[in-house]
Design a protein around this ligand. Sequence first.
Ligand SMILES: [Fe+2]
Length: 237
Amino acid sequence: MINKFSSLSSLLIALVLSACSGTTGSLPQSSPGANAITYTLPALPYSHAALEPVIDEKTMFIHHTKHHQAYIDNLNKALKDTPQAALPLNTILASVSSFPPAVRNNGGGHWNHSFFWKIMTPPQRATAPSPKLLEAINASFGSLDAFKEKFNAAATGRFGSGWAWLINTPTGLEISSTPNQDNPLMDVAEVKGTPILAVDVWEHAYYLKYQNKRADYLKEWWKVVNWDEVSKLYEGA
Ligand SMILES: [Fe+2]
């Protein structure tokens, strides 16, 4: 599963392999091995129109089939014919500072979008945080409304393109934001933890319907949060 770190041995292999790769250009090529992973576009758990009227069908279609697909194609290209192609994506992300920027940008892009699709659901499906998650949110932020306000402030305040996150850490829940396609699983992240909720604040996520009004998108976006899935991620984190 993408939200679980792989074994320590895989991480050590990643560190050893990537130590030779440097941080620019391409990875050195060698036998891809039988275990090379080819990434493919995951199907959405709903139709492209299902998040209407919060997120329009055209935005979802382009976001999923063009933007997400491009991250996957470029990730496959960056890892092609390298020993690192056999590593689980979470293992790569945990030592991504040792990889070329193409792996960081596109590996993050693939992970982040795969996660994002799962934590949304049609607005007609009313969901709410589980009692356990709500208790943790109240403990960390005071109330659900106070949490949403703080999360939206992090998302609105992210300069340029990036993401806002709710993460589970050894000391409790935290809100963070990352630039570009970085995420809290990466060794380069300022705040690290296990993501349980995220919002994409790249303009490609909202521009057709909300134009430059990121705050309006964020206000509406809560209507499509899949709290059942977020609660499950929290309780399994
Ligand atoms: Fe996106």
